[in-house]
Design a protein. Structure first.
Lengths: 340, 372
């Protein structure tokens, strides 16, 4: 059941909150944006009557009709390309790619069209659009349902890339993405769809793209992550706290652009940085974060920057849980930084 | 009656300028002269730009000589500034015939401050918002899915606009072409797809491009009619386009028109002497004999209203002056400096781009005219 179908919550005013899962927050953001702006449409594979394979769009077609929430041919190039063409013509498309692993066929549309049309036309044409896509592992999906391809997109000027890890951010970031004037790739950490629960305002709000959030304050080291790894990062921090180590935990939320100021301010206090992601290590987005930390804070670092990442292998099926950085591996990386 | 899926290209005027069907009443000598002027203007523009290329004043140019019948004929069938166009990179003749100024196209080719695209793309990739002529992408067929999307938006918004999407024969081998055609077909969006089949994708001939007998028959698989037209017969192009655009505009769904033509020039400066590399002079000569401009001249002779050769010489001279003046005026505006490099990446400049801009500001001297 989605939140607004809950009669106990109906009519709740601004300022009130209720508990939603991450995927319910995604749905709620789309519902509110569809209601707010007629230029908004939602489409993708199986998003209509079925409501998406994860049910992110459940109920939206029934509520807004087939003209505004509709199924498309099974073609990521078509879905992304159609979003570009609609956006250029003045609409605000929200397109779903069923799994981030299938962004490949739509990749040229993103890098050649969506990311470049504003620049190449001197600002004459723009593509304000959102591509939502579930990413990351932990659902026993093998390598075609578990990958974390965000670094490809963070490497593309003209795109914005975000990945919420809480229901609050999921709603606020999606609304910000829909209302912004740039193409946004909105990654949804699928293993948190129902695992992440939190308080979400019933009213309208946005979370600014490009701003991170401090999840836990601490003075001994800074633990920086985004997306699906965040609950484990917080578990690691809690375990360290039991040992008397206070880790500050930062959720980047946005990768392109990312909150350099927040990260540098924290690491300048703690002197230690541990970077956590589940994407393969080589050319991992966190490499850029590490670079900036050493560039700006070399004199203040008490240890080398430590990175916890996925391995440079195709995402495995059987060893799903071993592949992912869990709280133990994250805590061990923190200890490594502390013991340097 | 104009039928889809014909085995031979639809034609109104024979290669030697004789009407082989009744000439529609609108093709008066006055209209034919106007079409002739537009085609000659585009061809002379082509020649002048190739000269600029050889002089090193621009770095890329894709000739469209031989394809004027297709592109001018298409332009005449649009509601310019109302319908949307997702073009490909060999469409300056279409642009000129739609009323995009030589100044705008030349400015883009030279990357001057007068370039509407602010010097951001390689030459011959212009875009003009007030003509709804979308900025060209080099990535082949990447305009096809977005064209379907623009047409879907037009349908959703309830406009009476249509979207026109052009491409060459090579593009029809790309996945994006099939994706976009299928999307348009499945959605029933008002999209007119136009294949400017000039038979060569750089050095790859149509016969190596596809085993399909023609391009237009591929429309069948996407649930839309496919029309086959002699692209060097501007009367045929206009008759078919008017009919097909009309049915697209009437809500009958998308359609494909294949215009069979020929790229008389080279692909670009990358293959300046095509006949030494991959095709024969005989083949080029054979197609020059089917030239769209000559065909209209012969038709006018047949109608008893020949164009005076002196008039053509005067026309050519006037066009050359027009190009020279556009080049002079564009070059006089100077080229944009580094100051605009970080603009138009996003709606607002993020902090990391401001920092990179600061770096460049410290490295580079300020330029005159940096603000386009």
């Amino acid at each position: 059941m989605t939140a607004t179908q809950n009669p106990a919550r109906a009519g709740a005013g601004a300022g009130e909150t209720r508990t939603l899962t991450l995927i319910q927050a995604v749905t709620e953001a789309m519902r509110e944006e569809l209601a707010r702006d007629e230029r908004v449409v939602v489409f993708g594979e199986d998003v209509g009557a079925r409501g998406g394979v994860f049910l992110a769009t459940a109920g939206l077609q029934a509520e807004f009709g087939r003209a505004r929430v509709f199924d498309t041919p099974l073609s990521e190039a078509s879905i992304v390309g159609a979003a570009v063409g609609m956006a250029v013509r003045g609409m605000r498309p929200i397109a779903e790619i069923q799994f981030a692993d299938y962004m490949g066929p739509g990749f040229d549309q993103l890098i050649s069209q969506a990311a470049k049309i504003r620049y190449r036309s001197g600002g004459q044409f723009t593509a304000p659009m959102v591509i939502r896509t579930p990413s990351g592992g932990g659902v026993k999906g093998g390598h075609h349902h578990s990958q974390s391809p965000e670094s490809y997109f963070a490497h593309t000027p003209g795109l914005k890339v975000v990945m919420p890890s809480t229901p609050y951010d999921a709603k606020g970031l999606l609304k910000a993405a829909v209302r912004g004037d740039d193409p946004v790739i909105y990654f949804e950490p699928k293993r948190l769809y129902r695992a992440a629960k939190g308080e979400v305002p019933t009213g309208d709000y946005t979370v600014e793209i490009g701003k991170g959030a401090v999840r836990r304050e601490g003075r001994d080291l800074t633990l920086i992550g985004y997306g699906g790894v965040m609950p484990d990062a917080e578990r690691a921090a809690a375990a360290l706290a039991a040992e008397g180590v206070e880790a500050e935990v930062i959720d980047l939320r946005s990768l392109l652009p990312w909150d350099r100021e927040l990260v540098l301010e924290s690491v300048s206090r703690t002197g230690r940085a541990v970077l956590v992601s589940e994407a393969p290590r080589t050319a991992n987005f966190m490499g850029e974060v590490a670079y900036v930390i050493q560039e700006e804070l070399f004199d203040q670092l008490l240890s080398p920057v430590v990175q916890v990442a996925g391995f440079d292998i195709p995402y495995p099926y059987v060893q799903d849980k071993i592949y992912l950085p869990g709280p133990n591996r994250i805590a061990a990386a923190c200890v490594q930084a502390l013991n340097y | 009656m104009i039928q889809p899926f014909t085995s031979d290209p639809l034609r109104w005027v024979s290669e030697d300028g004789q009407p082989i069907r009744e000439l529609p009443a609108r093709f008066t000598p006055e209209l034919l002269r106007e079409l002739h002027r537009q085609m000659v203007r585009a061809r002379e523009f082509d020649k002048k730009l190739v000269t600029l290329l050889r002089q090193g004043r621009t770095t890329f140019y894709a000739q469209a000589s031989g394809m004027e019948g297709t592109q001018v004929g298409l332009a005449r069938s649009l509601r310019v500034g109302h319908d949307w166009v997702w073009p490909y990179y060999r469409d300056h003749t279409l642009g000129l015939a739609m009323g995009i100024s030589m100044m705008d196209i030349v400015s883009q080719c030279l990357g001057t401050n007068s370039d509407l695209c602010r010097g951001r793309q390689m030459p011959h990739h212009f875009g003009v918002a007030d003509k709804r002529f979308v900025s060209i992408s080099s990535s082949i067929a990447s305009q096809v899915p977005p064209a379907a999307g623009t047409a879907m938006a037009q349908k959703y918004l309830g406009t009476d606009e249509i979207t026109v999407c052009t491409f060459g024969d090579g593009a029809t081998s790309e996945g994006d072409w099939h994706a976009g055609m299928n999307m348009a077909g499945a959605s029933g969006a008002p999209c007119l797809f136009v294949c400017e089949n000039n038979q060569w994708a750089i050095s790859t001939h149509l016969r190596e491009q596809t085993a399909s007998e023609t391009i237009h028959i591929k429309a069948k698989a996407y649930g839309m009619p496919g029309y086959y037209v002699d692209g060097n017969d501007i009367v045929a192009v206009m008759e078919v386009m008017e009919h097909v655009a009309g049915r697209v505009r009437a809500g009958e769904g998308p359609a494909l028109v294949e215009c069979l033509t020929y790229r008389v020039g080279s692909h670009s400066n990358a293959d300046a002497d095509a006949e030494k590399q991959y095709r024969t002079r005989e083949e080029v000569a054979e197609w020059e004999a089917r030239d769209p401009i000559t065909r209209v001249e012969r038709l006018l002779e047949h109608l008893g209203a020949p164009i005076d050769p002196q008039e053509i010489r005067d026309l050519v001279a006037a066009i050359h002056r027009e190009v020279d003046e556009a080049v002079r005026a564009a070059e006089a505006t100077g080229q944009p400096g580094w100051e605009i490099m970080f603009e138009d990446v996003y709606a607002d400049k993020p902090v990391h781009l401001e920092r990179q801009e600061d770096f460049l500001r410290a490295e580079q001297p300020a330029t005159v005219g940096g603000r386009a």
